[in-house]
Ligand binder design. Structure first.
Ligand code: ANZ
Length: 814
């Protein structure tokens, strides 16, 4: 190979060598500590973009670092390959989703190879492979057997023009229109399958066993949304119960009206003749809105009076019942007691519609009975008024007292509510794992027997949008016989949410070809759980909750003996376009990794991606910025290829390079430990600078020079794996650098030999003295006081105070 650095050549050479020698094959080694490093698997959209690189490359560097530190590291890769885009492509391009998907996988696998990552391709798992989704189906059956899966009617978004159900991401805008044709979507009720994620709400709130970022924990906590309060039963005038959930039972006496969600089943019964037209129109309007829009606190409140009244159980007051869309059917009981004096939304509503406002919590600073100008919402300050026997008690603790009384008097009881919903997993789609259920008129929903799994997807399917799963119109698929009685029966034609497939992929990676179960327990016992997970924050609430839920159910199945799938998590930031905006084709600011690799080589791109920003923050791409890392690699190439012979060894220069080398080893080690890749690269740059100085002066002892070179290559190996491998072999070291031990630093060598101690009197610099860097405070003080110059300045005055800043200065105050 030539003496010039041609990244393309070097990289191709080592990628094939690594492959030929199975360098990244990762096997169980019971006597070695393991480290399971996992990065989120990609969706095979067709092109590996810079975001993939940004997620995977530093993860790879971290995994390589752990390997060199002596761990047996597993770092697998695969594809989350079911899902909507494949089906859309099929409709648009008249091709089959499988064809589109597998062509993309092939292309992306090739692109992934150019990255030079230590993926163990023997463990590749692809969620649309029958050998994978067979186990997704098997899990579905397990969950069903454990009563963690059930079926009920639920609304889906439906485009009446395209005649198809839509996924969340296909519904656009506040008016919620179809992404394809712009028609406003409507809701349609369908029988669908759910997983009981809510059974695990409390366990999911417990993060004590995992080291996850605060941000993710907060997002999950809010998503699960645990609220403590009370269920209280109000009654209609005719005596029909209307249960409500409130977090403020202490404000019950201030409930001056009730609000039902438009979908509430009591609305029809309560609504009077005169109000019927208004209520009906309002309900139709509300039906078009998504819960997310309805929940928005800033939206102007709207509603209509039903004409009906309810009785407040605690004081017998007759209060009007309204219908308003800010009350959601999906939370609590779908009905609320409205307390305008102490709830902001209710206050806004009451003000708008001129409803009564009764103050029941008196703020400490309030002295008169003037009308409230806003809701008083404090839960800790103030005391109860207008509240019967509770008048005068402090707000603090009032919730508990009132709840106790409610239980005694039979009006209600303590209750906990969660925002978390059960997980709707049915999709009216073709390109997913078929839900393994057969409907028999005699036996109901019968699971497909294990020996008939996987339920395969038929190939000859029409992809024209129909509003239901294309599988429904494929007779050879949908018509079957009941596994119990053999009578003609129909298959479930919905497929599973792809989040189901990605909830357990980390287990399938262990043994993607294993046929006796979802994973080989021998592999599982060794590798599990995942030690380090890396991926985007956008998955905080869906995937990262689902996979935790899944693992908890797997523990229930006896498949694993731990509670949490991933012990540690790190979220990377995002690479933006050069204009600082999110990359998008329409903005024309997309950076293509293929072109970059072509132009600069993978190692430079890798180094740049780790260097240009703090990994968890990310930032804008910068073509000028890539020159620094590029220079670094060229310099290291040049320096390492040098035939170094000192002319005359100088002890100080030798010591300086040795110190720098050991300092940088320490710095890079600590930085890679803590995902601080940018500062690690910067430290290697410093070492490079010191070597350039030494090369100029040619006065550093050869052993120290060689140690500097070797250390640089070892430190660089996780970051730029190809060039470091090449140079490692060029300086005569054995293959492979990636199997070497991580360099250690020597504390003795790290120390600065001497520092310049600044001595001040009353803050003014009066002397500077060279002292040993590691001297203690007393020594510094003594040295300062015994200085001839200082003694002159002090001129016999007694110091009032001596301030010592270790390793820097002594300030004498007189
Ligand atoms: C009376 C009240 C008085 C309330 C007060 C709050 C303050 P979180 O904390 O999110 O759980 N609520 C109950 N069900 C609802 C639904 N389906 N749609 C919209 N709002 C609903 O919120 C609980 C509070 O949200 C409940 O407590 C209820 O209003 C309202 F000074 O009851 B509260």
């Amino acid at each position: 190979m030539s003496d010039k650095y041609f990244p393309g050549k070097v990289e191709a050479k080592w990628q094939s060598r690594w492959e030929e020698t199975d360098l990244y094959r990762q096997q169980v080694e019971l006597d070695r500590p393991k480290h399971y490093a996992l990065t989120m698997l990609p969706y095979p959209s067709g092109d590996l973009h810079i975001g993939h690189w940004y997620a995977m490359v530093p993860s790879d560097a971290r995994a390589r670092f752990m390997r060199m530190k002596g761990f047996n590291v597993l770092f697998p890769m695969g594809f989350d390959s079911f899902g909507l885009p494949a089906e859309n492509a099929a409709i648009e391009r008249q091709t089959h989703p499988a064809k589109w998907t597998y062509a993309n996988i092939k292309r992306m696998r090739h692109q992934l190879h150019t990255m030079g990552a230590m993926f163990d391709w023997n463990r590749e798992a692809i969620s649309s492979d029958p050998s994978y989704f067979q186990w997704s189906q098997w899990f579905f059956k397990k969950l069903l057997a454990m009563d963690l899966a059930y079926r009920k009617k639920a609304a889906v978004d439906f485009c009446p023009h395209c005649n198809t159900t839509l996924a969340r991401e296909q519904v656009w805008g506040d008016d919620r229109h179809c992404e394809r044709c712009g028609t406003p979507v409507i809701k349609k009720e369908l029988e669908q399958w759910f997983f009981r994620t809510t059974n695990y709400a409390d366990e999911l709130l417990d993060f004590s066993e995992i080291n996850w970022p605060d941000r993710v924990r907060t997002m999950q906590t809010n998503w699960i949304g645990r609220s403590i309060g009370a269920d209280v039963v109000f009654k209609t005038e005719s005596g029909n119960p209307i249960p409500i959930f409130t977090t403020r039972p202490d404000t019950l006496w201030g409930a001056t009206f009730m609000v039902l969600a438009p979908e509430h089943q009591l609305v029809e019964e309560i609504t009077t003749e005169e109000q019927l037209a208004d209520v009906t129109a309002y309900r139709a309007q509300a039906d078009k809105l998504d819960d997310i829009v309805r929940e928005n606190v800033d939206r102007e409140k709207t509603g209509v009076f039903t004409g009906g009244y309810a009785i407040n159980p605690v004081n017998g007051e007759r209060i009007p019942i309204w219908v308003a869309d800010y009350v959601l059917m999906s939370y609590g009981s779908g009905a609320i007691m409205a307390v305008p004096a102490h709830d902001e939304r209710d206050f806004e509503f009451a003000t708008k519609y001129d409803l009564e406002i009764v103050e029941v919590i008196r703020a400490p600073q309030r002295t008169d009975d003037s009308p409230l100008t806003e809701a008083y919402i404090s839960k800790s300050e103030g005391s109860l008024i207008n509240s019967g026997a509770f008048d005068g008690i402090s707000t603090e603790g009032a919730v508990d007292k009132v709840t106790e009384w409610l239980e005694e008097s039979g009006f209600g009881r303590k209750a906990v509510n969660y925002r978390l919903r059960d997980w709707l997993i049915s999709r009216q789609r073709y390109w997913g794992a078929p839900i393994p259920i057969i409907y028999c008129s005699d036996h109901g929903a019968v699971p497909v027997p294990d020996d008939q799994l996987p339920v395969m997807l038929p190939e000859d399917v029409e992809f024209m949008p129909t509003g239901e799963s294309p599988l429904k119109f494929n007779d050879s698929f949908s018509h079957t016989s009941c596994p119990i009685c053999g009578q003609p029966a129909l298959r479930e034609t919905d497929t599973m949410d792809t989040f189901m497939c990605s909830s357990w992929y980390q287990y399938r990676y262990l043994s993607p070809h294993y046929e006796e179960g979802p994973f080989d327990p021998y592999e599982g016992n060794y590798w599990l759980p995942v030690d380090q997970y890396t991926g985007g924050i956008e998955h905080a609430t869906m995937h990262l909750i689902y996979t935790r839920f899944f693992t908890k159910t797997m523990k229930g199945m006896g498949l694993v003996d731990f509670n949490e799938p991933m012990l540690a998590l790190y979220n990377q930031g995002m690479v933006l376009g050069e204009d600082g905006e999110k990359m998008s084709k329409s903005r024309g600011n997309v950076v293509s990794p293929d072109e970059l690799v072509e132009k600069f080589g993978a190692d430079t791109v890798r180094t740049y991606l780790m260097f240009f920003a703090k990994w968890d923050q990310g930032g804008p791409w910068n073509y000028d910025g890539i020159k620094g890392p590029q220079r670094l690699l060229y310099d290291i190439w040049e320096i390492s290829n040098l035939d170094y012979k000192p002319i005359e060894v100088n002890d100080e220069s030798t010591r300086n390079l040795q110190r720098k080398t050991h300092q940088v080893i320490r710095k890079v080690t600590e930085d890679l430990e803590s995902f601080s890749f940018n500062t690690a690269v910067a430290a290697i740059m410093e070492l490079r600078n010191s070597m350039i100085d030494a090369r100029r002066s040619l006065d550093v002892a050869s052993e120290v020079w060689n140690e500097a070179i070797e250390s640089t290559l070892l430190l660089l190996a996780p970051i730029a794996p190809h060039i470091s491998e090449e140079l490692w072999s060029r300086i005569g070291n054995p293959y492979s650098i990636h199997q070497q031990e991580w360099p250690a630093w020597n504390e003795e060598f790290v120390k600065e030999d001497a520092i310049t101690l600044v001595i001040q009197i009353n803050g003014k610099i009066r002397d500077k003295i060279e002292v040993a860097a590691d001297a203690d405070e007393d020594t510094f003080r003594e040295i300062a006081l015994s200085s001839e110059t200082i003694r002159k300045w002090l001129d016999g005055q007694e110091p009032r105070k001596i301030v010592v800043v270790r390793g820097k200065l002594v300030n004498i105050v007189v």
